[in-house]
Write a protein that binds this ligand. Structure first.
Ligand code: ADP
Ligand code: MG
Length: 283
């Protein structure tokens, strides 16, 4: 059975100029131990589809799906309090902006211990011990002292490690990483990707890696969903996608990789891709 199964997900926002469809009939599955990349340029509905699956969108979003299940359980139909027990515990998400996702008013130690208290019911001593273990696991030096730091006292890379530690604190079965390296320096990006892949392999988690970067896809994914303007353009295992991309949009994404581009300036996706086949795209 798939961990997360999504069929025909539609997300519409109520806006001043009428309803706006950010996700338009997306379907995908993620299995235990599998890395699924969702790739597509900014605005293609990658974050919104995952936030919808997690039930984390604001009330202005109308979410419908033919199927939205975690481990066979219907997420849309279950009561909110049931869903809250799953989200943050069995499904965890790392958000795009590490510094903004942490609360500036509390120490990072408090923030990770809070998750351990709420979801795992650990007492004070056990929480602290586990928090130190987790900081060690994500490569934060001097973990015991670091627990007393506030987010602004740490670098972006360190904050991202804290976010990852919080996300894996309750041993999630599925981890959703939303552009986990985009906000970081290039030198730190590789370290964070390597860390995520190591944790995924060690714990056999399902991992959804959201990215706009085909290089990240190549380094991490087993399977890839290509999304554009709220629709799934293509889905394939990673080798097939790179060797034999079916849609023009995927080809355009691949051509924008530095290795494949010729000349001094990288072509933009819109230069490479003529938006002629979105309506006919396979779902
Ligand atoms: N709360 C919201 N209200 C209205 N529109 C939104 C909201 N959140 C996201 N959107 C719109 O939905 C579209 C998809 O956004 P998003 O999923 O964040 O794209 P991606 O993650 O692929 O860059 C964008 O056009 C964005 O402006
Ligand atoms: Mg996004």
């Amino acid at each position: 059975m798939a961990l997360l199964e999504i069929e025909n997900l539609v997300v519409e926002f109520e806006t001043a100029s009428g309803p706006f469809r950010a996700v338009n009939g997306v379907s995908m599955k993620v299995h235990e131990g599998e890395v699924l990349a969702i790739v597509g340029e900014s605005g293609s509905g990658k974050s919104v589809s995952m936030l919808a699956a997690m039930g984390l969108l604001p009330w202005t979003a109308k979410v419908t799906a033919d199927k939205l299940t975690f481990n066979g359980r219907d997420l849309l139909g279950m009561p909110a309090n049931e869903r809250r027990k799953i989200i943050g515990k069995d499904i965890a998400m790392i958000f795009q902006e590490p510094v903004a996702s942490l609360n500036p008013c509390f120490t990072v130690g408090f923030q990770i211990e809070e998750v351990l208290r709420v979801h795992m019911g650990l007492d004070k001593a056990a929480r602290r011990k586990r928090a130190i273990e987790l900081f060690q696991a994500v490569g934060i030096p001097d973990p015991a002292e670091r627990l007393n730091s506030y987010p602004h006292q740490m670098s972006g890379g360190q904050c991202q490690r804290v976010m990852i530690a919080i996300a894996i604190a309750c041993n999630p079965k599925l981890l959703i990483a939303d552009e986990p390296t985009t906000a970081l320096d290039v030198t730190i990006q590789k370290q964070i990707l390597d860390l995520l892949m190591k944790l995924q392999a060690d714990h056999g988690m399902g991992l959804i890696m959201i990215t706009h970067n085909m290089g990240v896809v190549a380094e991490t994914a087993d399977r890839v969903v290509v999304q554009y303007k709220g629709r799934k353009m293509e889905e394939a295992d990673v080798l097939t996608l790179f060797a034999n991309p079916k849609s023009n949009y995927t080809r355009a994404l691949l051509a924008a990789l530095p290795d494949n581009a010729t000349g001094d300036r990288l072509p933009t996706i819109s230069e490479l891709f003529v938006d002629d086949q979105v309506e006919g795209a396979a779902r």
